[in-house]
Design a binder for this molecule. Sequence first.
Ligand code: FAD
Ligand code: MLT
Ligand code: ZN
Length: 478
Amino acid sequence: VPDARPPVPPAPDGLLAALRAVVGEANVVVDADVTAGYERDWTGRFVGRTPAVVRPGSTDEVAAVLAACTAAGVRVVPQGGNTGLVGGSVPLAGEVVLSTRRLDDVGPVDELAAQVTVGAGATLARVRAATLPAGLDVGVDLAARDSATIGGMVATNAGGLRALRHGPMRHQVVGIEAALADGRVVSHLRGLLKDNTGYDLPGLLCGSEGTLAVVTRVRLRLVPVLAHRATALLAVASWADAMALVAGLRRVLPGLEVVEAVDRIGVDLVADAFGIRVPFTPTPAVAVLVECADVRDPLDDLAAALADRAEVVDAAIADDPQRRAGLWAVRERCTDAVATLGVPTKLDVTLPAAELAAFAVDVHAVVAAVAPGARVVVFGHVGDGNLHVNVVVRPGAGSGAPPGPDPGADVHERVTVAVFAEVARRGGSISAEHGIGTAKRGHLHLVRSAEEVAVFRAIRAALDPAGTLNPNVLTPPA
Ligand code: FAD
Ligand code: MLT
Ligand code: ZN
């Protein structure tokens, strides 16, 4: 099969030698078979080329790599687990990839403060494995936990499955260390909860998508492990009922931690793709996953709350880990199930509560008008108003067919424009948790004023005047 990718751009004379001097020969990867894994994003939609993947092993090495690249006029894409869904982690225009995966140290758990300091390249799963034995957990959880890194989660301000209770990544970060493009390091890791001494750099770097600095270490606030959990998968007849259910449960269940939803198309797809058992026949219009966590078993409280809700057509409820995992699979496998169809247009939107149900219905007609025959799968974190609209154009293919080819940039763009117009019309946001990346930067004007974008550009220019860091993301092309 011919390689359709663009040719590898050459690195300027002397740069690779300078990088090898910083990180060692083995950590400047130029072998095309190895760099390929860093050049393609998780969805397969965004593919580029890099002259080298550099893998520093300490903050000082990150700083020196950045200084060398800036001095050579070479741009850099920071990359953690490469699970991002907006094309922000891959070298689309021949940038050097700075992989943070060797920065994976996890410090001792500070049980007194309920905090831990970790390397930016540590995966969420690795950090949790260190904190759980101390009865403490990271407030954010997501299905990509085995690969997503803390640095990537900070850079995207990841939301995930428990944002309803604990907020997104920005709420977990109490200290940060980062290297600027010119090689200076800013470090403020004391983790004091009250510390009004100027601008909030952790807050600024959360959601900065690798455009302002490379995060090297993070001080995380931890939340108590609540040992008792009860989970319910509920059949409801409409998105309007799902929203009424969310509002009702929120009022009576203080231990409510998760409210997720998957539409009928998504439930059938997960069942077909992975043989996951769905406890309802027929498949409901919307399946809602609810979880409560508490210091005592919340099963009875959850069951009593559900018994009072007319929206619940059918219910499966469990408090043992194995059956709970079975219910969770219907929601957690949605991303993988969509990927079995082909290269999706992934849209991650927030709607005002009063608009969400109508949007979830109307989005099918909105997509059909610009991409007739496309498969539209809607799921998401309905408890915080965040829906994931996944569109796969695969003309003529039936269930079980191999994944279709990428429909091309024009189709992705047409679908994006149509869905975002509907989101904007209803007062929503074009990114809830995945970020803007490269996929959405041309649409930022829908939700950010010209003045706000000018401030964004000024902040970028102040921290990275040479424009070294992640040039293809966040702010619209000039
Ligand atoms: P990458 O993909 O490597 O990078 C993402 C962005 O961060 C890029 O712009 C990159 O340049 C930048 N970056 C990475 N590391 C650094 C650093 N140290 N310093 C500066 N910039 C950096 N997201 C959610 O919010 N909620 C979910 O529920 C969720 N579920 C997911 C489920 C699956 C199956 C998958 C595949 C993805 C999911 N995601 C979710 C998206 C993704 O996991 C998150 O965006 C995650 O935060 C990315 O982490 P990463 O380490 O893979 O970052
Ligand atoms: C999720 O909630 O499952 C993730 O954000 C990933 C996705 O949108 O596919
Ligand atoms: Zn999500």
